[in-house]
Design a protein. Sequence first.
Length: 71
Amino acid sequence: MPIQPKYDIDRQQKLLDQLMDVFVSDQTPADLALMTLGNAVTNVIKQLPKQQDSYQIAEQFGKVLLQSLDK
């Protein structure tokens, strides 16, 4: 049985398109875009409920990011 994503792929793509539109319209350099996205990830992780292990979540996020580059 295939794994069902938690969120609709169309919703994910819409959010990604909106983020990328901001970077394109601002002519954001790649390094600044990466720093900004990194700060956004940090902010999201810090907003999680305290009972969740933020270090473990960040570590898993990093692993998934690296795996996505192998595709």
